[in-house]
Design a protein around this ligand. Sequence first.
Ligand SMILES: [Zn+2]
Length: 58
Amino acid sequence: MKYQCGVCNRAIEGDLIIFKEHVEHHIVEEIVKKHPEWAEKDGTCRKCLEFYKKQMNG
Ligand SMILES: [Zn+2]
């Protein structure tokens, strides 16, 4: 199954992360700051998730 990452627009295979849990809400907020058009339900790829996680940890 193929998805398109709503953050980097890469086509990805079976690795889309959709934020269903509030655990990742702070990461969602960080992404929305940089990508106002992005919606949480669009999800992100693992690379984007890791990227924003790192940003938050400095
Ligand atoms: Zn991505």
